[in-house]
Design a protein around this ligand. Structure first.
Ligand code: BG6
Length: 487
């Protein structure tokens, strides 16, 4: 299975931070198909050896056992090479075509880790230089556009050159082991399915909190914001994985058909729900883990009067038989109190309480995505009896079953980018997003963007190191629920 894997943006941040380390882990796990070549493409004038050295010096900054040993790196480095291409210069693509023509391969993967404004040009030039053969696959990194129209334009342009089966739209959340385990839990076990519906579930919460700010990406983030950066893609994909019907089989289109139905069933926005069910926030200076941090407007590349949101909390519903009336809450933000991503399924209370269950608590299933990767089932049990409890009501104690996948499966676990890169090399589309899903997600977020454009109030401030503006707590409290911060 010889392959050529070409990274456009080969000297960029994503390649250094995520893609090369993921490929190295795959190499170390012996999972990379034989006969591979990894080709970095960039504007810098580098030889193959200089490119290898750049990667080696990045790897030297890696801490712990993920850092390659010198002999391991030497073997990995033999797969690496570099081609200089100025992507805005049509004639420059000939150098890449020539390099690819040097040898026969089973597949060629073009990974576009560049600004999305270049996607159309790159695809056109690949076609113009004969690099869109049936064995070519193309990988597109988010953001794929900044609204519905720009997303459709990109999908249209790429679709003129590649068939849908050749297009791998990355949402790295789908590659997280916890998300695959969510599919396994739901569709590989019969246990939860009868409970997985409006009759038994009171509400569902998706939290994706980061303690980091915008780091060096202020310029990018200013024009993006949390809604486009996290909700349109990652949060909605998680929501689909929770809410979708069981697919008829495990093939990519069967899964994607079901996810699409969820997106189509998301309740449409009204002026009232836009006002009451969507909260945007922006962090002020504060303390994160005891460290003083600046406010968003003081970050490099950010305007001092910025109205970009660094936090979003929203409430939605899915208008179908399974979920009608069940609130789904989504919350995500930068500079929050912790780095934690989890989904909480809150079940309904018992219809008639003969014990005394702790007030405000219910059975819940928590799916931890990070930093922990596992499942927790919260139940009530009778703890050791105390004197005087013989005759009156029995008070139950909360207990939980805790399944920690990292402990269970240990070092055999495969990270998100490693999983997704291996799937691209294998031609497996299951964990990639189809164009119609992506468009539907944009269609749903667009009224929020429009609403914000016309809303003079702007994002609500919150102190860095907290769980976001108080309006987010108030929103969920109106339904009689609360966010669980105490997990
Ligand atoms: C990316 C966003 O898609 O996801 C970043 O652009 C965000 O802003 C990141 O920090 C979060 O990913 P993870 O895997 O660290 O939760």
């Amino acid at each position: 299975m010889a392959f050529d894997l070409v990274f456009f943006g080969g000297t960029g941040d994503l390649v250094w931070r995520k893609l090369m380390p993921a490929l190295f882990q795959a190499f170390r796990h012996d999972s990379l198909p034989e006969g591979g070549r990894i080709i970095g493409v960039g504007r810098d004038d580098l030889t193959d050896d200089q490119y290898r050295q750049q990667i080696q010096s990045r790897f030297e900054q890696v801490e712990g056992d993920k850092r390659p040993k010198p002999e391991e790196f030497a073997r990995f480095a033999s797969l690496l090479c570099y081609v200089r291409v100025d992507l805005s210069e049509p004639a420059a693509y000939a150098a890449l075509a020539q390099r690819l023509a040097e040898r026969e391969t089973d597949s060629v993967v073009m990974y576009l880790s560049t600004a999305p404004s270049l996607f159309t040009t790159v695809c056109e030039q690949l076609a113009a230089h004969g690099m869109n053969t049936p064995k070519t696959r193309i990988v597109l990194e988010k953001p794929l556009g900044h609204d519905l129209a720009s997303n459709r334009a990109i999908n249209h342009a790429v679709g003129l050159v590649f068939k849908e089966q050749q297009i791998f739209r990355i949402d790295h959340y789908l590659g997280k082991p916890a998300v695959q385990n969510l599919f396994a839990m739901r569709f590989g076990n019969a246990l939860f399915e009868p409970l997985w519906r409006r009759e038994h579930i009171a509400n569902i919460q998706i939290t994706m909190a980061e303690e980091l700010g915008v780091e060096k990406r202020g310029g990018f983030y200013e024009t993006t914001g949390a809604l486009r950066d996290m909700v349109q893609n990652h949060a909605l994909q998680l929501l689909c994985a929770i809410a979708m019907e069981p697919p008829i089989n495990a093939h990519a289109d069967a899964i994607r058909d079901e996810k699409l139905k969820v997106l189509r069933a998301l309740k449409r926005w009204t002026p009232e729900t836009l006002n009451q069910h969507v909260i945007r926030g922006q962090y002020n200076a504060g303390n994160v883990f005891g460290q003083a941090v600046p406010g968003y407007r003081s970050e490099a590349g950010v305007s001092p009067s910025s109205s970009t949101e660094t936090f979003v909390a929203l409430r939605t519903e899915i208008a179908n038989w399974r979920w009608a009336g069940v609130p789904f809450y989504i919350r995500t933000g930068k500079r929050m109190a912790a780095r934690e991503a989890y989904i909480e399924i809150n079940f309904r209370p018992t219809p008639h309480d003969i014990f005394q269950t702790p007030s405000g608590q219910v059975n819940k299933l928590v799916i931890h995505l990070q930093p922990k990767d596992g499942l927790e089932l919260h139940l009530f049990a009778q703890g050791p009896s105390k004197r005087g409890e013989g005759s009156g009501t029995t008070t139950l104690s909360p207990v939980h079953l805790d399944l920690d996948f990292d402990k269970r499966f240990g070092s055999q676990r495969v990270g998100a980018y490693e999983r997704l890169l291996l799937d691209v090399l294998d031609g497996r589309l299951n964990l990639f997003v189809r164009s119609d899903e992506q468009e539907e997600a944009w269609r749903w977020v667009e009224p929020i963007l429009q609403h914000w454009k016309n809303d003079p109030i702007g994002p609500r401030p919150y102190t860095a190191g907290t769980w976001g503006p108080s309006a987010s707590t108030a929103m969920i409290a109106r339904d009689g629920f609360c966010w669980s911060e105490e997990i």
